[in-house]
Design a binder for this molecule. Structure first.
Ligand code: ATP
Length: 441
């Protein structure tokens, strides 16, 4: 394909995803009836299921299947001292912004040339603009009640390091996982949900012995675990890569940092998840600011130390967007979301061949209600069967079951496969087992 046409297709793909998300109920603009609020998005019925499935898969792999990781769920609002200690109130957690001298619009310094893209006027020199969102807790709005919506979910784990140690039998190396909302006053929210002001993160803080060999070993381990997770859930290998941060690009705490990047249609390789070596930054800072002892005592070697932290930090909204983009496919006028069955909002759809034949409808309803006990199942009896298949393909439903006249005679139904469009006949009494096998393979 000529390069230009390919580029066009890629850009179209983003538009198509945005429109599909709205039309089918994956993602809507936040507060839309009031003209929206820049950088906020609402997940509709299908998007909510998809995002929930992504988080569930993450939790299963990162926590449930492991012996060395536990989970927490910390408060979004924290004592503001947390953010002093972590360095989030200083220049480290800020974007360089330039301001238009005339219309005062602000832009990220790394996103714009010399002139204002709105009115063409000259821009100021870059200034630092902190990303933390301020709020007040209490009746008065002053410095004593000021705090912040968390800019990352990380600190909720580190401030509980002692609590977790004292209430569990964990021994280093071990990890603490968390999924939750974070907020950043991004001046230019962009590319649909890619850069939002409110978003969800899924993170692991893995505590290791502060020794270079251990640090490197676990860093490499988590890098490959995280890459495998995306590949195992169906993201195409060629759309994923690692990129190491340059020394001057790293966050203030990082000893080493690698991104897992996705090849997006809106500007090529973009960060999806970061793997960071945070050293002893967090615990040392919190020990200093809280005046508490946050060291770890190794019973076997009788050593006391502040552990190092290897972090994996991914955005759930970015992952949701990239899973959608990667799954999007077209075959003539048929749109197919080739989502991994474990991620698909509905695993199965059930149809009666004709909506005006009570025998077919009753049998199909019976099957639908029975399957709903074990799977996420959709019901559709509108239009013709071809349209219903197309409609399920577009939202990624892997299997469609049709109850037809033969079903009433010999107690079988057809199962149609989203990706091959092939149909097979299966006995109703074996349906659950057959579907379980298909969905788990
Ligand atoms: P970027 O360079 O794109 O601003 P970052 O390097 O600041 O991202 P981290 O602080 O490492 O991001 O956060 C970890 C993850 O959280 C990112 O990999 C991304 O998936 C997600 N994330 C960060 N900022 C946003 C945002 N504004 N909107 C949506 N997701 C975000």
């Amino acid at each position: 394909m000529a390069k230009e046409k390919w580029l066009n297709n890629m850009e179209n793909k983003m538009e198509k995803i945005v429109s599909l998300c709205k039309r089918r109920g994956f993602i809507y603009p936040g507060s839309e009836i009031y003209g929206g609020l820049a950088g906020t998005w609402d997940y509709g019925p299908l998007g909510n299921e998809l995002k929930f499935n992504i988080k569930q898969e993450w939790w299963k792999t990162m926590v449930r299947e492991r012996e060395d990781v536990v989970g927490v769920s910390a408060a979004i609002l924290m004592n503001p001292k947390v953010w002093e200690a972590s360095g989030h109130l200083t220049a480290g957690f800020a974007d360089e912004l330039v301001e238009c001298k005339k219309c005062k619009k602000r832009f990220r310094a790394d996103h714009i040339d010399k002139k204002c893209s709105e009115c063409g006027e000259k821009l100021t020199n870059p200034k630092k603009f902190n990303l933390m969102m301020k709020t007040f807790v209490g009746a008065v709005e002053d410095e004593t009640t000021k705090t912040y919506l968390r800019g990352e979910i990380t600190q909720g784990v580190h401030v509980n390091f002692k609590n977790i140690l004292n209430s569990s039998r964990l021994k280093i190396p071990f990890g603490v996982a968390q999924i939750g909302k974070a907020f950043r006053n991004e001046i230019n929210p962009e590319n649909f949900t890619y850069r939002s002001v409110e978003f969800e993160q899924a993170e692991l803080q893995y505590y290791v012995k502060p020794d270079e060999k251990e640090e490197k070993k676990w860093f490499e381990y988590w890098k490959s675990q995280r890459m495998d997770w995306y590949k195992n859930l169906g993201i195409k290998k060629e759309n994923l890569r690692f990129r190491q941060h340059e020394t001057d690009e790293r966050a203030h705490y990082a000893r080493d940092a690698w991104d897992i990047e996705y090849n997006t249609p809106f500007g090529g390789w973009k960060e999806m998840e970061g793997i960071h070596d945070r050293g002893d930054w967090d615990l040392s800072q919190h020990a200093k600011y809280s005046k508490q002892d946050l060291s770890y005592f190794d019973e076997e070697t009788k050593e006391r130390y502040i552990p190092f932290v290897i972090e994996t930090s991914g955005g759930v909204d970015r992952a949701t967007l990239f899973f959608l983009l990667d799954a999007y496919d077209e075959d003539g006028d048929r749109v197919i979301l080739k989502l991994h069955p474990r991620l698909a909002p509905y695993k199965i759809a059930v149809f009666p061949l004709l909506a005006n034949k009570p025998d077919l409808v009753n049998k199909a309803r019976e099957i639908y209600l029975e399957l709903k006990k074990d799977f996420a199942v959709a019901w559709d009896d509108r239009g013709n069967i071809g349209k219903r298949y197309y409609s399920q393909d577009e939202i990624g439903t892997p299997y469609c079951i049709t109850v037809d006249f033969e079903s009433l005679e010999n107690k079988t139904v057809t199962i149609r496969d989203r990706d091959t469009t092939k149909q097979e006949r299966v006995a109703i009494k074996e349906l659950k087992e057959v579907l379980k096998e298909k969905l788990n393979s």
